[in-house]
Ligand binder design. Structure first.
Ligand code: TPP
Length: 691
């Protein structure tokens, strides 16, 4: 095996950097060595504690320069997505806990003010940084004025009106949004840019351009950035002209907006280039600069930080910088899972740790990807739509064979849904795949553009339920609750792989909006499910829209589950049966029919199978609903509503996530914490049996 990487044997600086203050004690000449050490530290740590490697390696120099130039946490850094902020965490006092990054009870996966005062705003979902940073910037200004007024008026603490928090009135905080070119493709980022340009503010936006999202980026804006970067002559001339103009006092910081506009226009005229998009929006544009030259970045940031008005610094970086395998295959090394540092060999399961052996079952996303390709081959109307997650959802399987019918629309969930609606309006059948938590971004698009006109869009909702180490921002716990009230919406949740295949098939010939939600990770193997005494063979069962599955009809308690968590219920039931049979002294043939707990998996939340609910409502005194989502609004609510409408009065216990944001950890740890693993469900069911 070739050796890709040689370890840094001893750190000269990193071990004594416990805050940005320590960083500032270094000279600018020492910063490149510190960057090498940070890079080494991140590579070493992530090799055995997986995380977002490529993006964080790409922003090391930028991070060091930002903390060197700005006075954090008084000055605010707002990271977009936050997957690139590992060096930021390490510099801001979290080095010694970094080995717990993303782990249960360990450091959070993304920046969050709940964890550190250096994390100026929550991160996780792309494209929010500009809007949030602008809000923070404007608040700084408002509070400064208000606090000064307060003090001038001599307002006392006794006043009914709350005093405005005291500000450092020497200067306002600098606010910096750091956003990738991928995240810049999101509509929200453009909304933020537009408002930034309109508002009186001094926001600095650092555009980290590595020409990648998780997958290569397509689309006009990216091409635009490439053109902007490659027209190096234009940029060099423009930068020189700008500096000349400053020297000649043609551009003066105290002069007004119109001068800024004039200077942009002047630059454009002199360089015979139209002003770029940022300048067109009245934002000052600096760059493109080499994002791996830490000394250069320090110089530029120092030069531009006091320029009044909103500004953009465009830097060029390489995703995975400094680690050859990560530079060479940037998509895979976005989040590579565990790996061997020296050889670059990755452990097989790509971060989705399971007790996997070679013949482990497929991932849910692979079942989606393969079925989509099958359907696309059969029917030319079938297309795939993804907002920048083709490999994450395995749409790459179709993309490799029929690229012209796969649309990667950028990190733009709302657009993905409305674009799909447009396709559907004309008779194309879009399978629009979006992770559950990201689909939250597209709520109105679903309601207004798909559900209301009743368009045949197939929403495939990946990563529904607990997703694990990505934590609170990424768990898909709300989709059932937010989709169920939407009129015209049909909602399916497969229990096993075969269900997903059939549901995708049914969805093709369906009329109207249909959502199919399934979890992250590996499908429960069919063989395993069958071993768990499933009454009918799932392989031959033909699904029908709105028809649930009976797994055990008899019992003292009835369980109604939805989707894949039904397999965990099955395991719990078989454990209970085994336990109770062993404990029952008077074991007889009657008991061997294992009739302690009845179980139905609904498969469809909407329309819900009322035949099952009528039967359960009239035959059982105790009912337990089980879902891997927020219980208010989801399956449990649907069952209770139906029972109330019909006057059925069994006691209903709802298992699910109860009005909380769930932290990060492995899915195993989290389901255990939530009492939604086999043990937790067993415990709840045993309690029900004792009632
Ligand atoms: C709303 C939303 N959609 C999708 C994602 C998944 N996602 C995480 S990082 C990423 C790519 C970001 O690309 P870029 O901003 O260029 O940063 P880079 O990783 O290239 O440094 C995507 C699509 C997300 N975090 N949020």
């Amino acid at each position: 095996m070739p050796t890709f990487y040689t370890l840094v044997v001893e750190y000269k600086y990193l071990n004594s950097i416990n805050s940005p203050k320590d960083l500032k004690s270094l000279s600018v000449d020492e910063l490149p060595t510190l960057c090498d050490e940070l890079r080494d530290f991140i590579i070493q740590e992530l090799s055995h504690n997986p995380g977002h490697l490529g993006s964080s390696l790409g922003t090391i120099e930028l991070t060091v320069a930002l903390h060197y130039v700005f006075d954090t946490p008084y000055d605010k850094l707002v990271w977009d997505v936050g997957h690139q902020a590992y060096a930021h965490k390490i510099i801001t006092g979290r080095r010694e806990r970094f080995h717990t990054n993303r782990q249960f009870k360990g450091l959070a996966p993304f920046p969050t003010p709940a964890e550190s005062e250096y994390d100026a705003f929550i991160a996780g979902h792309a494209s929010n940084s500009i809007s949030a940073a602008l809000g923070i910037e404007v608040a700084g200004e408002l509070l400064q004025t208000a606090s000064l007024k307060d003090r001038c008026a001599g307002r006392s603490g006794d006043s009914d009106i709350p005093a405005v928090p005291e500000r450092n009135d020497k200067r306002l905080p600098y606010v910096v949004a750091i956003i990738g070119d991928g995240a810049m493709t999101g509509g929200l980022a453009f909304e933020g840019l537009n408002n930034t340009s309109m508002d009186k503010n001094n926001l600095l936006i650092v555009l980290n351009d590595n020409n990648m999202a998780i997958d290569p980026i397509h689309g006009g804006f990216t091409q635009y950035l490439v053109n902007l970067t490659t027209s190096s002559c234009y940029n060099r001339v423009r930068w020189n002209l700008y500096q000349l103009a400053v020297k000649m006092h043609l551009i003066n910081e105290r002069k007004t907006d119109s001068l800024r506009r004039f200077s942009n226009n002047l630059k454009s005229i002199l360089t015979k280039q139209p002003s770029n998009i940022f300048q067109g929006l009245d934002l000052r544009y600096f760059g493109p600069a080499n994002g791996h030259d830490v000394q250069g970045l320090v110089r530029i940031l120092n030069e531009i930080k006091n320029h009044r008005g909103p500004k953009v610094l465009h830097i060029i970086t390489t995703k995975g910088k400094g680690y050859a395998p990560a530079e060479q295959n940037q998509t895979v090394w976005h989040a590579p899972g565990e790996f061997n540092v020296e050889t670059g060999a990755r452990s097989k399961d790509n971060g989705q740790k399971t007790d996997s052996s070679n013949d482990c079952p497929p991932l849910w996303q692979e079942v989606f990807g393969e079925t989509l390709l099958e359907l696309a081959k059969e029917d030319p109307r079938v297309v795939g739509v993804t907002p920048a997650m083709p490999s994450g959802c395995s749409m790459t399987i179709m993309q490799n064979e029929i690229p012209e019918r796969v649309f990667d629309v950028g990190i733009a969930e709302g657009h993905a849904v409305t674009f799909s609606a447009g396709l559907a309006k004309e008779g194309v059948i879009p399978y629009c795949n979006i992770y559950s938590s990201f689909l939250q971004r597209a709520y109105d698009n679903i309601i207004h553009d798909v559900a209301l006109p009743k368009l045949h869009v197939v929403l495939c909702i990946d990563r529904a339920g607990i997703v694990g180490n990505d934590g609170a921002t990424h768990h898909g716990l709300l989709d059932l609750a937010y989709l169920r009230p939407v009129p015209n919406m049909t909602i399916a949740a497969p229990m096993v792989a075969e269900d997903l295949r059939q549901m995708m098939r049914l969805a093709k010939d369906f009329d109207g909006p249909i959502a199919i939600r399934y979890p992250r990770g590996r499908v429960p193997s069919l063989v395993e499910s069958l071993k768990l005494k499933v009454e009918r063979s799932l392989e031959v069962e033909k699904l029908k829209v709105g028809k649930g599955r009976c797994l055990h009809k008899e019992g003292k308690v009835a369980v109604i589950s939805l989707g894949a968590i039904g397999c965990v219920v099955e395991e719990a039931i078989s454990t209970i049966n085994f336990k109770l049979l062993n404990e029952t002294a008077t074991l007889n043939s009657k008991l061997s029919t294992l009739n302690f707990i009845a179980h139905w998996n609904m498969l469809w939340l909407k329309p819900i199978d009322t035949e099952i609910l009528d039967y359960v409502g009239t035959h059982f005194e105790r009912v337990v609903t089980v879902e891997d989502g927020e219980i208010s609004g989801g399956l449990g609510s649907a069952v209770l509503e139906y029972f109330a409408d019909k006057g059925y009065t069994p006691h209903v216990t709802r298992l699910g996530i109860k009005d909380s944001f769930v932290e990060h950890g492995s899915t195993k740890e989290l389901y255990h914490m939530l009492h939604l693993d086999k043990e937790g469900i067993c415990e709840s069911l045993l309690q029900e049996l004792e009632m």
